[in-house]
Design a binder for this molecule. Structure first.
Ligand code: UDX
Length: 427
């Protein structure tokens, strides 16, 4: 039986919702706090405001029992742990904007004034090293008029992939707990005691850096594979065969070596940029990280170049773009590689017909004037070229649909098709 703890989660976005729901599943008593009353209402009804595999069942199972949502901070009056899960959007220069972290810290401090228990404030979101110690801790202590013997501080990064977040939460490779005093760390570790995963204890700033470094390394693996793929393409070598042979070396590992159109999403591009600007602020020139971003920027343009090589001038030509989300099984288009591809096609005067099983509504906001289809076949009909941008499983079965094209020219940005005749971006 788990030692049930009273937990408040600040921010009911993607990270907060998954974290809060999974804590409730582990047997804890959780309140998710969010400023948006519609989101709060939907969580309380057991309806996830976002799409995430497995989340709806967990929410239904726990909402109204061990999981509640609220727009107010009342639950902090009795909480043993407060997890900060509010967003850190990028500033125009790539650095992380900590505005929401700061205002959450002030509100937490005020709400903890009347809390009679020892409570630990835990930063869950990705923040630049030093944020918990230099921004969160002083703000909470100032607003609460309490001392470190009454409020502890910790940094406990999340490693959640969209689409697999519940699984990543419940079966983590490791749990990182950063803190500067033992008591705070112990209280955070109690939350996870039911889990079977190594717990790594570090200082506050090291925990913050572990998250940035993990994402930067994964992004580096991808850009590295893309660069090798670009070389392989010239040499007529299949980069997937190469990486299979490379990844079996235990020192390297087989994951995140899939070459293609590059990485998108809410984390990799943003976190690598934030690390670059952090490095620059220290006077370093992060050559490797800058190249990781540069390779990533170039990959979508390579798809256009390949298309142009096969089709000639793209002006006036109908081009099908298949897959709009940043990866499969999500409707999230943040930093999706389909965005620069569509931008470039439009710039060259092509007429774009786009399809995605889930991401049409958000993409319509970005590109309201292009054509959208409700199936791959619909957008392929009459097209002179096709770009595959996302590895949705349903795309792997596409074959006869390509016969609907005016010319069967298919450029694959993700290795997903099983039919003949497609050209890979770097294979
Ligand atoms: C990522 C991290 O994996 C997760 O730990 C985290 O903290 C949040 O960021 P997520 O952005 O959901 O998760 O997606 P992920 O599955 O990691 O893929 C990111 C991008 O990289 C996608 O665009 C994907 O298509 C691309 N990718 C991934 C590749 O191009 N090649 C690969 O081998 C793997």
């Amino acid at each position: 039986m788990v030692n049930s703890m009273r937990i408040s989660v600040i921010g009911g976005g993607y990270v907060g919702l998954v974290t809060g729901t999974c804590f409730a599943k582990l047997g804890h008593n959780v309140t998710i706090i969010d400023v948006d009353p519609i989101k709060v209402q939907s969580i309380n009804k057991g309806q996830p405001p976002i799409f995430e595999n497995g989340l709806e069942d967990l929410l239904k199972e726990n909402a109204g029992k061990s999981l509640r949502a609220s727009t107010g901070y009342e639950s902090l009056g009795n909480a043993e742990l407060v997890f900060i899960c509010v967003g850190t959007p990028p500033n125009p220069d790539g650095s992380a904007n900590l505005m929401y972290i700061e205002s959450a810290s002030n509100s937490i401090g005020t709400a903890l004034k009347t809390n009679p228990h020892y409570c630990v404030v835990v930063v869950k979101r990705t923040v630049p090293p030093g944020t918990t110690e230099k921004i969160v801790q002083p703000a909470v202590l100032r607003a609460s008029r309490k001392t470190e013997s009454e409020i502890g501080f910790a940094m406990n990064p999340e490693f959640l992939r969209e689409g697999r977040a519940v699984e990543d939460f419940m079966q983590p490779d490791r749990i990182v707990i950063g803190c500067n005093d033992l008591r705070a760390g112990k209280q955070v570790a109690k939350v996870y005691e039911k889990m079977n995963a190594p717990v790594i204890r570090t200082g506050l700033t090291a925990a913050e850096m572990i998250k940035y470094t993990s994402n930067a390394f994964l992004a580096t693996k991808i850009s590295f594979s893309n660069e090798i793929g670009n070389i392989c393409k010239h040499l007529g070598i299949d980069v997937y065969e190469v990486m299979k042979g490379v990844g079996l070396d235990q020192r390297i590992g087989p994951l995140f070596l899939n070459a293609g159109a590059g990485f998108g999403g809410s984390c990799f591009p943003k976190d690598v940029s934030a690390l670059v600007s952090l490095a620059q602020a220290t006077g370093e020139t992060p050559i490797l990280l800058q190249s990781v971003l540069e390779v990533n920027e170039q990959q979508p343009h390579r798809m256009i170049a390949l298309l142009e090589k096969r089709l000639g001038n793209l002006s006036g030509k109908r081009i099908a773009v298949i897959g709009l989300a940043f990866k499969d099984n999500t409707d999230d288009i943040r930093d999706s590689r389909a965005i620069p591809v569509i931008q470039e096609l439009l710039r060259r005067g092509a007429s774009v017909a786009a399809y995605d099983p889930m991401a049409r509504p958000p993409m319509q906001k970005v590109f309201p004037t292009i054509e959208y289809g409700s199936s791959a076949a619909e957008v392929l009909r009459g097209s002179e070229g096709c770009l595959i941008m996302t590895e949705w499983p349903e795309f792997s079965r596409l074959d006869t649909e390509f016969d609907l094209m005016a010319r069967r020219i298919i450029i694959e940005g993700r290795r997903i098709l099983t039919c003949d005749g497609a050209e890979g971006i770097c294979w």
